[in-house]
Design a protein around this ligand. Structure first.
Ligand code: SF4
Length: 64
């Protein structure tokens, strides 16, 4: 799976990197970033948890 963040939508709430620190990190402005766009299967649940809890729906998950 691949995960990315739409920077135009991200408002820096920090829920993604608080709930799923194995997948998301924050940049120096407090906005979300992805540690690696290619997320291994073992981190799928974390990635989905972060996406489900993003108030801005800024996290995009694709399967490839
Ligand atoms: S939860 Fe969403 S809005 Fe908040 S930092 Fe993460 S991607 Fe950005």
């Amino acid at each position: 799976m691949k995960v990315r963040i739409d920077e135009d939508l991200c408002a820096g709430h920090g829920r993604c990197y608080t709930l799923a620190p194995g997948v998301f990190d924050c940049d120096d402005r407090g906005q979300g970033s992805v540690i690696s766009e290619d997320v291994p299967e073992g981190l799928r649940a974390q990635a989905e948890l972060g996406a489900q809890n993003c108030p801005e729906r800024a996290i995009i998950i694709t399967e490839n």
